[in-house]
Ligand binder design. Structure first.
Ligand code: SF4
Length: 182
């Protein structure tokens, strides 16, 4: 029984994988699109990811081995779908990723405050490992194609390291943003 539970926690329902991306976070990243999303935002860019019964199962070890095939990666991004509907398995994978020295970023349709209100130790631990969280549902009326790493203006690209250090939400400033300002 215990073995079954452990095994269950190690399975991720996967919608798709982008092995080399420069648009889903800073640097050269591996993007894991998880399957299943309860938010159903009108205009969602990835509606095939909504059904939790769609996609295919992969173990955390299988995904991690796939990530490790590419020595040029700077980080991994969890996207979706809703990553925070699969916290136990992504927490396990996140630990492997951080131990390998890669940065970790995640999207979520939930806001950071909604995730913190869960009072769930595993959710908190996954949040504690993130460098960047892009939070909030996609809102079609607030769509803005000039935004970096997000689709609508209500969403935030949160610098989680600075947010933890300063005890307030600090939004991420990329080199690209700085170039625009100059
Ligand atoms: S949270 Fe993301 S994946 Fe889920 S419905 Fe909204 S835009 Fe689509």
């Amino acid at each position: 029984m215990e073995d079954d539970m452990k095994k269950e926690n190690k399975v991720i329902r996967v919608c798709g994988i982008e092995r080399e991306s420069i648009v889903d976070g800073p640097g050269f990243r591996y993007v894991l699109f998880v399957q299943g999303c309860p938010h159903r935002c009108p205009g969602c860019h990835n509606p095939e990811s909504h059904d939790p019964a769609g996609g295919a199962d992969m173990t955390t070890e299988e995904v991690f081995a796939d990530i490790m095939k590419n020595p040029h990666l700077q980080g991994v991004t969890f996207s979706g779908g809703e990553p925070f509907e699969q916290v136990p398995a992504l927490l396990e994978l996140g630990k492997m990723i951080r131990n390998a020295g890669l940065s970790l970023m995640s999207y979520s349709g939930y806001t950071l405050e909604e995730l913190q209100k869960r009072n769930d130790p595993e959710t908190d631990e996954l949040l504690s490992m993130l460098d960047i969280l892009v939070d909030g549902r996609y809102v079609e009326a607030l769509r803005n194609l000039t935004l970096i790493y997000r689709g609508s203006e209500n969403q935030r690209v949160i610098d989680m390291n600075k947010t933890r250090a300063e005890g307030r939400i600090v939004e991420y400033q990329s080199d690209f943003d700085i170039e625009i300002v100059i």
